[in-house]
Design a protein around this ligand. Structure first.
Ligand SMILES: [Mg+2]
Length: 373
């Protein structure tokens, strides 16, 4: 397409899918009776529309004029404006993802090719979200194995970490070395309504030694996100990889986490922090320090897809998070905003293909029926 394509308008809509029965997420003390999605559409004077989803875009309304009339492909310029907005207001990063979708549609290329084109497929790990009894969790692990996943992340939030270890032991006994296992301790942040604290370094050390005994691939968020000294000491004391950063909000905080030697695995989420444009910087930082960069993706399928394009474009990852814990967290629930859910193939891989942009279509009918704003 010749000539400059200009942004003509930005449209934001909010949608709420009722969840009956509710989803009891392990990291949330309240049952989830609905699931929200915010859809961002960037319209152009050429008739093309970039689309994405992720954070709720709180505080973005009133800033549209900072983008309208601008060259749609001036993504680094737009990123700096978004970074200013996220400082003063909420997290507007889905707009960066929508601009990448648009850039792909303008150029006729999938986003992963525009970013660097490393590999059009990404290995996925199954990321569970519930707390199951040990035998049931072991059954679930066998099902994930049957679906081709190379790895499974389980949750530690049963109140007593010894009960969590028992669940992990049951899984390891069932699947042996056929699945890599990760443990999410979820100590980095809390929901708005939760007043209880995070583990201490000594708590994390005790748990981490058990995880080493059970051959766990990484220990995620063992401490509060701001306890960089604790993370560094834990990482020095243990061989198990230490992972974190899923809700760390500023990119300079990743610089400090890396410079101080706090983490082995860096996990920002492009739909929540920094967008694709910001996180490609973090991916390069991680590679320069021989660390693993593999994003958190617990938003919806559009967010998973955006992070998949990012790593497929620029990074070498062992596997990317694929939130999936049926029946409570099914693909139909997670991806209700999409015309087709994002799936993995029989080898546990996400195939991104050659469709321009992020390569998905919206479920317009369901979005119309679930619109709340
Ligand atoms: Mg996590």
């Amino acid at each position: 397409m010749a000539g400059q394509v200009k942004i003509a308008g930005i449209e934001i809509s909010h949608h709420r899918l009722p969840l009956d029965p509710p989803f009891n997420a392990s990291w949330d003390t309240q049952p989830r009776r609905s699931f929200d999605a915010t859809i961002v559409r960037v319209h152009t004077d050429a008739g093309l529309t970039g689309i994405a989803s992720g954070d709720a875009m709180l505080g973005f309304a009133g800033h549209e004029h900072l983008f309208v009339g601008q060259d749609a492909l001036a993504i680094e310029r737009h990123w700096r404006i978004l970074d200013n907005i996220q400082f003063h207001w909420g997290r507007p990063w889905p707009l960066d993802l929508a601009l990448w979708d648009l850039a792909g549609k303008i150029t006729g290329q999938p986003v992963w090719r525009l970013l660097g084109g490393r590999n059009g497929t990404v290995k996925a790990y199954a990321s569970s979200g519930t707390l199951r009894a040990p035998a049931e969790l072991a059954d679930a692990a066998e099902r994930y194995l049957g679906l081709g996943f190379p790895a499974l992340k389980i949750r530690f939030h049963r109140g007593d970490w010894r009960a969590d270890i028992a669940a992990l032991e049951a899984v390891r006994a069932r699947v042996g070395a056929k699945l890599d296992l990760m443990v999410d301790c979820n100590q980095g942040w809390r929901m708005s309504w939760d007043a209880y604290g995070s583990w201490s370094l000594k708590d994390a050390l005790q748990v981490g030694r058990e995880l080493e005994r059970l051959g766990v691939y990484w220990m995620e968020e063992p401490l509060h996100r701001g306890d960089r000294e604790g993370m560094r000491r834990l990482r020095d004391a243990l061989d198990v990889r230490i992972a974190g950063g899923e809700m760390t909000r500023e990119l300079y905080e990743f610089r400090d986490l890396v410079a101080e030697g706090c983490l082995d695995v860096i996990q920002p989420d492009a739909a929540l922090v920094g967008g694709i444009t910001g996180l490609r910087r973090v991916a390069a930082m991680a590679e320069a320090h021989n660390l693993v960069f593999t994003p958190h993706t617990w938003t919806n399928g559009i967010g998973v897809l955006a992070n998949a394009h990012l790593v497929a474009g620029v990074a070498e990852v062992p596997f990317l998070e694929f939130p999936f814990d049926p029946p409570e967290w099914s693909l139909e629930r997670r991806d209700f905003a999409m015309a087709e859910p994002l799936r993995v193939d029989g080898r546990g891989e996400i195939a991104l293909g050659e469709a321009p942009g992020l390569g998905f279509a919206l479920a317009e009918d369901l979005l119309a029926r679930t619109r709340v704003g």
